[in-house]
Design a protein around this ligand. Sequence first.
Ligand SMILES: [Zn+2]
Length: 241
Amino acid sequence: MAEAPDTSVNSAWSRLDRVRTPSGANAIAFALLFLCSVAFLFVSYCLARALFGGFGSGIGAIAACVAATAAASIFLWWLVPFADFAEIFWLHLPADRRAREGRCPYCGYPHESRPTCTECGQSTAPLPAWALSARPVKRLACILVPALVVGSIAGEAWCRLDESRFVAESEAARAQRLAFTRPRAFPASFAKLSVDRDGRFDSAPWIEPDRQRDWQPADASRLERGLGWKERADAKSADGR
Ligand SMILES: [Zn+2]
């Protein structure tokens, strides 16, 4: 009597894995995941740098920006199934199709409801569907960690280049002791780089205009826009009638 086929899921998958998964498929998927992650983390780093503010960056500022970028990488974890791209498209989907068509999951021979394939001798039990496991999580972690390093280095380099450009652009204004400001480079163009009359550089996420919050209009009729203006306007029109 022949030895009972090994029906454990892991050995079934590893036997199929060796035969059917093209080695280049996951390499392409990993490269795309890496590039997407680097782009996202680069933008995150630049935004963190602009939001924290300050011109130039020391170790503390860089550490804070890297921490913020690492926190932003939580939005990349939904990509986890793409780390199993080759297995899903070359193993699980064809195996599901064969199971629906009543064929052996390993060789594709019609098994006609026999428990063992007459062609290859393997079990004809359908293979389990793809499920989230430690493997794609580990793979994505191995992609995100270098992506965080590359994205942060690129973001820091981009911000420093922008700031050194600003120093050059503001030279004429500083020579005349004038204030000068312009937006940061993409993707942080909401923030402003500035230099004041004393030549102090600064960067702020947004410039707060100096408001005098206790200011009141001299003309009392213009107070209408304050709290309750609608009630007062209604009362006034009722009086007028
Ligand atoms: Zn078979």
